[in-house]
Design a protein around this ligand. Structure first.
Ligand code: NAX
Length: 328
C-alpha cells in the first residue's frame, strides 16, 4: 500500500474547513488511490469544534483516511507535511485599518512559515486560502528560506471557476466548452479575468461574445464581486465553492493540467508579463510533473495591460506595507 500523504489544514474548524476536509478524506484532493493523513491546526478555543469535525470524519469510515491529528501547535501541525492548506486567517472587522489587518495576519503566517521551514517534507506544497491570500502567502514564504518560493501559492481558482461559468452562460454553452481562461493579479476586487486569450469551443472567447459593454459592465464586476454577492444572498461567505477551488488547485498542481488548456493560480512572479519578480500574483499556469509554469507568449491588449497593471500595483503596495511593518 502507498504511504499516506500528510495534509495539514489550518482553520480546520471553520466553514471552509468543514466543506474541505470530507473531500480531502474521500480522495478528491490527490486522487482516489492516495491515502491521506490529516492534521488539523486550530487556535485553542476552536480545538473542541475541530474534534467534533474529526468525529464526523471518523464516522464516514473513509477507506483512504489513514489518521487524524488535531493540534494548536504549528510546529506539530507542519511536521512532515506534504500538502499545507492555509485557510485560517484574521478577517477584516469593522473599523480595522489595513495596517492592523496585515499585522494580525503577519502574526499568523510568519510562525506558520517558520514551522513549515522547520519541519515540512521536501516535496511540501502550500496553498494559502485565508485573505489577504496573496500577501499572506508572501509572508509565509519569506519565513521559509529553505523551501523553494515556488512551493508557496495563493488561491485564485475560485475566481477562475466563477469566470468560467459566467462566460459559459453568456456564450450559451457549458463550462466544458470553455478553456484557456486567466485570472491575473490579486485575489481582490482588482483581479482581472481575461477572456481575450480564452476559448469557447476552440474559438476566441472575446470574438464569440463580442460585447465590450458586457465585459466591462457585467462580467468583470460580477466575477470580482462574487464573494460579496454570496454573502448578501447566503448570509455567510463562500465556503463549499472555496473548498472546491482549493481541491481543484492542488489536484491540478500535483496531477497536471490537461494538454492545450491552463488554469489560474497565484505564484511567485519570475518577472513574466512585467509582473515584478517575487510578488505572488495570479497567472495563466500549467502544471507538469508537479511544478507550476507560467504560460508564455500570450498577447496582452492595451485594455488587458491596464487592468493587469492596476491589480499588480495593489500587490506591490501590499508587499511594501508588510515590508514597512517588518513582516517580510
Ligand atoms: P471561518 O471564520 O469560518 O474559519 C476560520 C477558522 O480559522 C476559524 O475556525 C478560526 O478559529 C481559524 N483560525 C484563526 N486563526 C488561526 C490560526 N492562527 N491557526 C489556525 N486556525 C486559525 O472562515 P472561512 O469562511 O472558513 O474562511 C477562511 C478564510 O478564507 C478567510 O480568510 C476568507 O477570507 C478566505 N477566503 C478566501 C477565498 C479565496 O478565494 N482565496 C474565498 C473564500 C474565503 O472568503
Amino acid at each position: 500500500a502507498r504511504t499516506p500523504v500528510t495534509v495539514t489544514v489550518t482553520g480546520a474548524a471553520g466553514q471552509i474547513g468543514y466543506a474541505l476536509l470530507f473531500r480531502i478524506a474521500s480522495g478528491h484532493l490527490l486522487g482516489n488511490d492516495v491515502p491521506v493523513r490529516l492534521r488539523l491546526l486550530e487556535i485553542t478555543p476552536a480545538l473542541k469544534a475541530a474534534e467534533g469535525t474529526a468525529m464526523e470524519l471518523d464516522d464516514c469510515a473513509f477507506p483512504l483516511l489513514a489518521g487524524i491529528d488535531i493540534t494548536d501547535d504549528a510546529r506539530a501541525a507542519f511536521d512532515g507535511v506534504n500538502v499545507a492548506l492555509l485557510v485560517g486567517a484574521r478577517p477584516r472587522t469593522a473599523g480595522m485599518e489595513r495596517g492592523d489587518l496585515l499585522s494580525a495576519n503577519g502574526g499568523i503566517f510568519k510562525p506558520q512559515g517558520e514551522a513549515i521551514n522547520a519541519g515540512a517534507a521536501d516535496d511540501v506544497r502550500v496553498l494559502v486560502v485565508g485573505n489577504p491570500a496573496n500577501t499572506n502567502a508572501l509572508i509565509a514564504a519569506s519565513h521559509a528560506p529553505d523551501v523553494p518560493s515556488s512551493r508557496f501559492t495563493a488561491m485564485t481558482r475560485l475566481d477562475h471557476n466563477r469566470a468560467k461559468t459566467q462566460l459559459a452562460k453568456k456564450a450559451g454553452v457549458t463550462v466544458n466548452d470553455i478553456t484557456n481562461l486567466t485570472i491575473w493579479g490579486n485575489h481582490s476586487a482588482t483581479q482581472y479575468p481575461d477572456i481575450f486569450n480564452a476559448k469557447v469551443n476552440g474559438r476566441n472567447a472575446a470574438e464569440v461574445v463580442n460585447d465590450q459593454a458586457w465585459l466591462e459592465g457585467d462580467f468583470i464586476p460580477t466575477v470580482a464581486k462574487r464573494g460579496a454577492a454570496i454573502i448578501e444572498a447566503r448570509g455567510a461567505s463562500s465556503a463549499a465553492s472555496a473548498a472546491n477551488a482549493a481541491i481543484d488547485h492542488v489536484y491540478s498542481w500535483v496531477n497536471g493540467t490537461p494538454e492545450g488548456d491552463w488554469v489560474s493560480a497565484a505564484i511567485a512572479s519570475d518577472g513574466s508579463y512585467g509582473v515584478p519578480e517575487g510578488i505572488i500574483s495570479s497567472f495563466p499556469v500549467t502544471s507538469n510533473g508537479g511544478e507550476w509554469e507560467v504560460v508564455q507568449g500570450l498577447e496582452i491588449s492595451d485594455f488587458s495591460r491596464s487592468r493587469i497593471d492596476a491589480s499588480v500595483a495593489e500587490l506591490v503596495e501590499e508587499r511594501d506595507a508588510v515590508r514597512a511593518l517588518g513582516l517580510i
